[in-house]
Design a protein around this ligand. Structure first.
Ligand code: ATP
Ligand code: MG
Length: 443
């Protein structure tokens, strides 16, 4: 048998009105075998759905029937048969088999249940991700993640952005030295990159004008939370001749577009997860850092001083406050103290205590950080020094600012946080195929 003969259709592609009484071949996993005395059902599952294979004992060749009854759950099979319309079966048809080919028999017991009847622990599921992915809900999450990234690419391309990729093995820290993974690079020490920040800025000096990157970022964060990974996927943009407000508008438009696209293209997956999405209303509310501090201090949860960073509790307090006021989950926090934003964030010319940095928030967590960047080399050097970093280590970066760097702005948004907040998923590990955290380095 040539492999091309193993499958003529996905289970969902078989329209009984068109293909009734015709021969088709489906291929996939044995989801279930039900032997009911006079009749035996095999449910075959592929990526797109399920097919019920029906064998009435009296009308089925004994050899074929025996083979069907002995099928081990989750084995891979190819089944050729005739399509019969059947309103009660999945997709409105059943298959009367002629040939069942076992391509690979599964061991038993399985590492976890695939039917969704028994809910496995997250760790068990991640250890056996290949089996977990056979569950409808898990597949649905990754289909939606695909739609999100597809929407990002098409939105940014439509808006004049060029996709770029930057190195992940680097010599310097972008976001400060505490959360770096050191690696050995031949006989030197190097690091896994925390962000494409410095490279996308260099591309602005190169005149690419608008770039985006979708790629991994590595953070050696020690803490074990539901919203941090040690390897995450960042969606980053940088745009020349733009200020922070220009790129905030691009960001909120992109988020709304992504929601629209997921609703339009992944309705089945949303239904499988039980999520009803609503497109966020534009424009997102802008809360200043000063207002954010006041909101926190007016609550009984926590007291903050001006200049403090906003922690998890503060983020929740502000998120709930905005949600009560607007009914919306997304908002911006703007006008942050320069001292608590990265060195490359531009201070306001008339009030350098405040920066043109912003965060885009979801009710439950930070989704994105961005800023108009400093494009003046002297100012950049002094900001690097005032954050306790050594400008010498940044020479490759600073050089790009001395020969014609346009004013520019940009942001980075975590792909996983975007997907988890969209779907109301509790743990970030659920929206990464193979998460990396403090304990998990395999699979
Ligand atoms: P947080 O304060 O929530 O840890 P951050 O301010 O350190 O985030 P940034 O450096 O601003 O993160 O990165 C931009 C975006 O990248 C974040 O808003 C988030 O969506 C995503 N991101 C950053 N670090 C992680 C991580 N460890 N795990 C998952 N996503 C991350
Ligand atoms: Mg941030």
């Amino acid at each position: 048998m040539s492999l091309a003969n193993l499958r003529t259709h996905y289970t969902s592609q078989i329209n009984p009105e068109e293909l009734g009484d015709q021969k088709v071949t489906v291929a996939g996993w044995v989801h279930e075998v039900r032997d009911l005395g006079g009749i035996c059902f095999v449910v075959l599952r592929d990526r797109e759905g399920r097919t019920q294979v029906t064998m009435v004992k009296k009308k089925t060749e004994p050899e074929l029937l025996e083979k069907a009854r002995k099928l081990v759950r989750e084995s891979v099979v190819s089944i050729t048969g005739t399509v019969k319309p059947e309103a009660k079966a999945p997709n409105g048809y059943e298959l009367i088999p002629e040939e069942i080919t076992i391509l690979n028999e599964a061991d038993s017991p399985l590492p976890m249940d695939t039917t969704g009847k028994v809910e496995a622990e997250l760790d068990t599921r991640l250890d056996a991700r290949f089996i977990d992915l056979r569950r409808e809900r898990t597949t649905a999450i990754f289909r939606i993640r695909h739609e999100v990234l597809r929407a990002v690419r098409s939105f940014l391309t439509e808006n004049g952005f060029i996709e770029a990729t930057s190195p992940k093995v680097v010599a310097t820290a972008t976001e400060g030295g505490t959360s770096l993974f050191p690696i050995t690079y031949f006989d030197r020490e190097a690091f896994l990159n925390q962000s494409p920040q410095l490279f996308k800025q260099i591309l602005m000096s190169g005149g690419l004008d608008r770039v985006f990157e979708i790629g991994p970022i590595f953070r050696a964060e020690e803490h074990d939370t539901r919203r941090h990974l040690n390897e995450a996927t960042s969606i980053d943009i940088e745009a020349s001749f733009c200020d922070h407000f220009d790129v905030m508008e691009i960001l909120e438009n992109m988020v709304a577009y992504i929601y629209e696209q997921v609703i339009a293209n992944a309705a089945d997956s949303l239904a499988a997860i039980g999520v009803e999405l609503k497109v966020p209303v534009l424009p997102f509310k802008r809360v200043t850092y000063d207002e954010a501090i006041d909101i926190v201090n007016a609550s009984s949860e926590e007291k903050l001083n001006w200049g403090d960073d906003l922690g998890t509790v503060a983020e929740h307090t502000i998120g709930e406050h905005v949600f009560r006021e607007t009914g919306e989950s997304h908002y911006f926090i703007i006008d942050w103290p320069t001292a608590i934003k990265p060195f490359y964030a531009m201070p306001y010319e008339d009030n350098p205590i405040l920066s043109k940095g912003f965060d885009m928030m979801h009710r439950t967590m930070e989704l994105s950080s961005g800023a108009q960047r400093i494009h003046i080399p002297e100012l950049l050097v002094s900001r690097i020094e005032s954050q306790g970093l050594d400008p010498e280590g940044f020479e490759f970066y600073l050089k790009a600012f001395r020969y014609g760097m346009p004013p520019h702005a940009g942001w980075g948004i975590g792909c996983e946080r975007l997907v988890m907040t969209m779907l109301g998923v509790e743990n970030i590990r659920d929206v990464v195929l193979f998460p990396r955290d403090r304990r998990r380095l395999s699979p």
